[in-house]
Structure formats: structure tokens, C-alpha cells
Design a binder for this molecule. Structure first.
Ligand code: APR
Ligand code: PHB
Length: 390
């Protein structure tokens, strides 16, 4: 089998890259190790920056997103009983975000690849890159028990944090930067009306909580838990009680509770790998970096990586220019680190850090009070939340 671009990973990064390349006549094959049902069953964050929305429109995949996505012009930060609305639109000269579940994004991406007979091979096992330092790399993998080989010009690692591609970069070349937080998020999806029409990020004695939504009768809530907690230890009742304790009483009073249709715990970490290129291998999305979900940047960072990389590959094939490929790592990392900073800042402001009690709590209170009283501070939050320029 031969293609121009071999893509490891059929999540949002890999599928979006494959679609953008296809529309410009560049061939690719996506090798995904899980089944499509498994990939589509993942529940992930759902706040899209305008840059991501525009990329989906450029890829011809935005019809359902534009029909069903909800435009949000503000976001709320609550600190104990105070609630501050950040006027995203007013503070950024008209920019907003869209709430549209990542599960829906991935579904739309798969549908688009199918419509163009895109080559997405799922349940591809033991994907292994070879000869990445040569100009003729290839991938081997197993499909239905048969050994396969995919010859290509470039290999793109879109295989997420636990993928194989980052591990192909020699340890004396790859640098990693990581902060693992001493807590996780317990998330619940419930078929109940959202407690608020805009998102509320909250900090209370019990720690962090987030009130989000997917639709008029579908809500997404999170509370801070210990990093190693299991969702099995959390009955619906215990979850709702914790959530009510972590949001302002005026909000808790109107919370509609109901059975959890999905309940899971996600760890929080900040992680960046450098460089994002090694020979003919390029890293993008979660394979290259991870952010705590507090800033809603994970999917949006994958989008800017893919925009830079797809443009660079198209320039290579259409004009024979290598500048985009040579500059990809530095260009992507510049935006990645700014999003890492913002995600770390939101996480530091809104979570209870047991080891920082006392001084740390007072600093969080001072940070919130400064935010509440400063248009400059609110503008910083707003322009990062809607997304910095590509
Ligand atoms: N071989 C083939 N596929 C693999 C391998 C492998 N060795 N390892 C992982 N994968 C697949 C996973 O099954 C997954 O479907 O790669 C895909 C990676 O997808 P994501 O983890 O979603 O990462 P990405 O596409 O970069 O999307 C980033 O989506 O998952 C969220 O939090 C993430 O918001 C972020 C965004
Ligand atoms: C979500 O709706 O799942 C969500 C929204 C915003 C975040 C994280 C998760 O920052």
C-alpha cells in the first residue's frame, strides 16, 4: 500500500488533517487502532474557538456544527458566593466561542471522510513507523491478523498522549515538560436542563466545579476529586451534593438533578514535547501536548497544529516549498505554550491545592478580586478563552 501522508490516529487531529489534505489533492491513510464505535463513544470537552470552527468550515464539515452549535458570548467565573461574568464578545471586539460536543465533531469528521472515500483503517494493530530519518519512511501494522505495510513520504503522529509516535523520537533528541496535578475531574452527563445558559467555572471550599452543557436537555458537570478516585465510589446523589456545595447557592438552588448517563474521572496534567518533528515524523494534537481541561484548549490546540501542518504539507506537494515543514515545530510550539500558560493559570486559580492551604488560598482570593476589579485582567482571560490568533 502507498500514500503520500501516513497518519497514525483517527481522533480529531488525524481525521481533520486527512480531510484538509484530501481537499487539496494530497493523499493520506489514517491508521486507527480502536474501532470506530470506541472512538465515537468518547465523551470530551465541547468549547470550540473560532479558529477551529473556521477550519471545520474550510474542510467542508461545518454544516451540523453551524446548525446545532451554540454561540456563547460570555463565560462565568464563580468564587465562593460571588459570580463574575466575563464578557467575551465585548472584551475581544466581537469574538465568541461555540459549544458543540467533541463527540459530534469526531462523528462529523468520520462522516466527511466516508463521503470522500477517505482511507481510514480502524482496528489497525501494532502500528510501527520505520525509516523515519530517510526520505522513504513506512508504517507496518496488523489488520484482521494480516501483516500490512504502508509506504509514504511523511508520518504524522496524531495518536494522542498514549500513542506510539512520540516514543519514536530518540531520548537524546526529545525533551518533555510536564506538571501532573494532585487532583482529577469527576464528570457527569445528565439528561437535564443546564443550570445556566453559559458555562460556570467555580471554586468553593470543596474545590473546583464546572457547569457546562451539550443542549437544552443535556448537561455536563464536573467536580474536583482526588487524582486516583474511581467513579464507582460516587453515587449520583453524592455527586449532586458535591456539585451543589461547590457552586454559588443562587445557582445550586435552581440545579435540576437526574441520573448520570455517563460518569468518569479524568486526570489533569500539563505536558509538552519538543521538538514536534524528527526527520519525516511530525507530531500534532495530544501526541505533542496535553493541557488541563480548565481552559478548554485541548481540541483547539489540535486545530492550530493541523492548520499549520496541513498548509506546510500542501506547500511541499504543490510548490516544492519546505519552509512550512521546517518551521512547523517552532510555530506550533509558540501557540502551544501560550495555551499551556492559560490552562495552567485557570487551573491554579480554581482548584483546591491541599499542599497550598493558607497562603495559596489567599493568593487565589486575591487573584479573583483582581480579576473582578480589572478590565485588563478580564480582557486577558477573554482573549485567551476565545483563542489567541493562529
Ligand atoms: N496506533 C493507532 N492509533 C492509535 C495508537 C496507535 N499506536 N495510539 C493511539 N491511537 C489512536 C487513539 O485510539 C485515538 O483515537 O489515536 C487517536 C488519538 O486521538 P485523541 O487522543 O483524541 O487525540 P487528538 O486527535 O490529538 O485530539 C486531541 O481531542 O481527545 C481529545 O483531549 C483531546 O481535546 C483533545 C483533542
Ligand atoms: C465540557 O463541556 O465538557 C467542558 C467545557 C469547558 C471545559 C471543559 C469541559 O473547560
Amino acid at each position: 500500500m502507498r500514500t503520500q501522508v501516513g497518519i497514525i490516529g483517527g481522533g480529531p487531529s488525524g481525521l481533520l488533517l486527512s480531510q484538509l489534505l484530501h481537499l487539496q489533492g494530497v493523499s493520506s491513510v489514517v491508521l486507527e487502532r480502536r474501532s470506530r464505535a470506541h472512538v465515537l463513544g468518547r465523551i470530551r470537552a465541547g468549547v470550540l474557538e473560532q479558529g477551529f470552527q473556521n477550519l471545520m468550515r474550510q474542510a467542508g464539515i461545518a454544516r451540523r456544527m453551524d446548525r446545532e452549535g451554540q454561540i456563547h458570548s460570555g463565560v462565568n467565573i464563580a468564587f465562593y458566593e460571588e459570580r463574575l461574568r466575563i464578557d467575551l464578545e465585548g472584551l475581544t471586539g466581537g469574538k465568541t466561542v461555540m459549544v458543540y460536543g467533541q463527540t459530534e465533531v469526531t462523528h462529523d469528521l468520520y462522516e466527511a471522510r466516508d463521503a470522500l472515500d477517505g482511507a481510514v483503517i480502524d482496528e489497525a494493530e501494532n502500528v510501527t513507523p520505520h525509516d523515519l530519518q530517510s526520505d522513504a519512511p513506512y508504517l507496518t501494522f496488523t489488520k484482521d491478523g494480516a501483516e500490512e505495510r504502508l509506504d509514504c513520504d511523511f508520518v504524522i503522529g496524531c495518536d494522542g498522549f498514549h500513542g506510539i509516535s512520540r516514543r519514536c523520537v530518540p531520548s537524546d533528541v526529545l525533551q518533555t515538560f510536564e506538571r501532573v496535578y494532585p487532583f482529577g475531574w469527576l464528570g457527569v452527563l445528565s439528561e437535564t436542563p443546564p443550570v445556566n445558559e453559559e458555562l460556570i467555572y467555580a471554586r468553593h471550599d470543596s474545590g473546583f466545579a464546572l457547569c457546562s452543557l451539550r443542549g437544552p436537555q443535556l448537561s455536563r458537570y464536573y467536580v474536583q476529586v482526588k487524582a486516583d478516585e474511581s467513579p464507582d465510589g460516587w453515587s449520583d446523589e453524592r455527586f449532586w451534593e458535591r456539585l451543589k456545595s461547590a457552586i454559588p447557592a443562587e445557582v445550586a438552588a435552581r440545579l435540576v438533578t437526574g441520573p448520570a448517563v455517563e460518569k468518569s474521572v479524568a486526570p489533569l496534567r500539563s505536558f509538552v514535547a519538543e521538538p514536534l518533528r524528527w526527520g519525516r515524523l511530525f507530531l500534532a494534537g495530544d501526541a505533542a501536548h496535553i493541557v488541563p481541561p480548565t481552559g478548554a484548549k485541548g481540541l483547539n490546540l489540535a486545530a492550530s497544529d493541523i492548520q499549520y501542518l496541513s498548509s506546510a504539507l500542501i506547500d511541499w506537494y504543490k510548490k516544492g516549498e519546505a519552509g512550512g515543514l521546517d518551521g512547523y515545530s517552532a510555530r506550533a510550539l509558540a501557540r502551544v505554550w501560550k495555551a499551556e500558560r492559560f490552562s495552567w493559570w485557570m487551573t491554579s486559580l480554581l482548584h483546591r491545592f491541599p499542599e497550598n492551604e493558607g497562603f495559596g488560598d489567599r493568593i487565589q482570593r486575591a487573584e479573583f478580586d483582581y480579576l473582578a476589579g480589572s478590565k485588563a485582567a478580564q480582557t486577558m482571560l477573554a482573549e485567551n478563552y476565545v483563542g489567541l490568533p493562529y
